[in-house]
Ligand binder design. Structure first.
Ligand SMILES: [Zn+2]
Ligand SMILES: [Zn+2]
Length: 439
């Protein structure tokens, strides 16, 4: 793997007036290496568990998200990037991936041959939030869905997959927080007792929560305002109202993940930010950076596939934010500083440039990364470029060497130099690089 050092230089003022949009980031080559590492690990783990990649479009009809995520959620109410089409319709940049994957599953009749399908997708999502560290308007998620079954084994596998993925990514001290949000039988019973409780403490709640009493009371349990948190300690607990079927399912899932050695904790106040969850809801928490951090989460959404016009099949899934993963794994990686560009080609004079440009192309076509300066520069300037590019070897050719039928190979680490014949130059260089084991 090759590392490109980004050198901080004093930026000349070109009066640039078109800049990137607030909350949207350029992922520069040096950063992109870290992204690719995470994505590679994800793909490997998902393939191992039998999940297949799916890539739905990033823009969908607004109604898809309004109906699935819920009209009265913060996302749909105020965070979506929605455009009006020329015919007066509304389309939205996806704020999350589940709805699109379900739409694709239904629209392409993927459930016909085998209702049980396992999907993953990795890509950008869009929410118009106030940007803060690790939270952007274009953010990136890894999303996993297991559709077509309400077997507790599906819940156990999904949680096990999340836990194992985080371990593979190098995230330590993971605890799975888990809860059940009940089904359409038992949830209304709980909602009624919650509403009774909330109306009693109405005046002490924050402004957002007072508004949510009428629109989305369950979300109040998730309020981060300290005064609300204090009041909610006494709120009724959904686990007390679970029906027998929900309770049995919850117990089987807990036993199943416990048997796999996964650390978990039941958190009765855990609710998810989206309306569509039913039954099991979970979040992965890590103590990686000293404080507790949520890394990702998900849950079961029985009824949503039918709600979107499909058959009456269930689903469960989770999502992880890549930006968050990067923050959490920043400290436990050392190998990136060691990666090198195998070779930098330094040509002096037009004849040498022609020879080395051709060599550069041949090496690239043989998957041997190398650098070549397109600008005519002095030996000193090109040596500096080789250094900045973290090159292991520099290959140097000037007029004198060429007339002797030789070029010079310099080991940038040991400073050792040797002469290489121009005859069979490509093979000679390839052998040197193979021997040094830099790729
Ligand atoms: Zn139930
Ligand atoms: Zn509140």
């Amino acid at each position: 793997m090759v590392s490109y050092k980004i050198i901080k230089v004093k930026t000349p003022d070109f009066n640039m007036d078109i800049k990137r949009i607030k909350g949207m980031n350029d992922i520069l080559p040096d950063e992109a290496i870290k992204w690719r590492r995470i994505e590679d690990i994800c793909r490997k783990v998902f393939m191992g568990f039998g999940y297949n990649e799916i890539r739905p479009p990033v823009i969908e009809k607004t109604e898809l998200f309004a109906r699935s995520i819920g009209e009265s959620t913060d996302i749909v109410e105020k965070e979506m990037y929605t455009l009006t089409t020329s015919k007066g319709g509304h389309i939205t940049l996806r704020p999350e991936a589940t709805a699109s994957i379900l739409r694709a599953y239904i629209e392409n009749s993927l459930y016909v041959q085998n209702p049980v399908q396992k999907f993953f997708t990795i890509g950008p999502m869009f929410r118009h939030e106030r940007p803060q560290k690790g939270r952007y308007r274009q953010f990136h998620q890894v999303d996993v869905e297991l559709l077509g079954t309400d077997s507790p084994y599906a819940d156990i596998e999904i949680i096990s997959l999340l836990d194992y993925l985080l371990i593979q990514l190098g995230i330590k001290d993971i605890t799975i927080q888990i809860n059940s949000l009940g089904c359409k039988e038992c949830r209304p019973v709980f909602q009624k007792s919650l509403l009774n409780f909330l109306q009693g403490v109405n005046k002490e709640l924050c402004q957002d929560c007072r508004r949510r009493i009428n629109t989305n009371p369950l979300r109040i349990l998730d309020c981060k305002v300290p005064s609300c948190k204090k009041i909610l300690i006494n709120a009724p607990v959904i686990l007390d109202d679970l029906c027998k079927s929900c309770n049995d399912h919850f117990n089987r899932v807990k036993d199943g993940i416990g048997a796999l050695g996964i650390a978990y904790k039941v958190i009765p106040g855990l609710v998810r930010g989206l309306d569509y969850y039913t039954g099991i809801a979970f979040e992965a928490i890590t103590d990686n950076l000293g404080a507790q951090n949520a890394v990702g989460g998900g849950g079961r959404y029985n009824g949503l596939i039918r709600e979107l016009g499909g058959p009456d099949l269930s689903g469960i899934g989770f999502a992880l934010g890549i930006e968050r993963l990067l923050l959490l794994t920043e400290n436990n990686r050392g190998e990136d500083g060691d990666v090198l560009l195998p070779l930098y080609l330094i040509a002096l004079g037009e004849k040498a440039r022609e020879l080395f440009f051709n060599l550069s192309q041949r090496l690239a076509r043989a998957s041997i990364p190398n650098g070549f300066s397109f600008l005519t520069k002095s030996l000193k300037a090109q040596m500096k470029l080789a250094d900045r590019n973290n090159a292991r070897f520099a290959l140097i050719a000037g007029e004198d060497e060429l007339s002797d039928g030789l070029v010079i190979l310099r080991d940038m680490q040991t400073k050792f130099q040797k002469q290489i014949p121009i005859e069979n130059l490509f093979e000679n260089i390839k052998n040197e690089i193979m021997e040094a084991e830099v790729i």
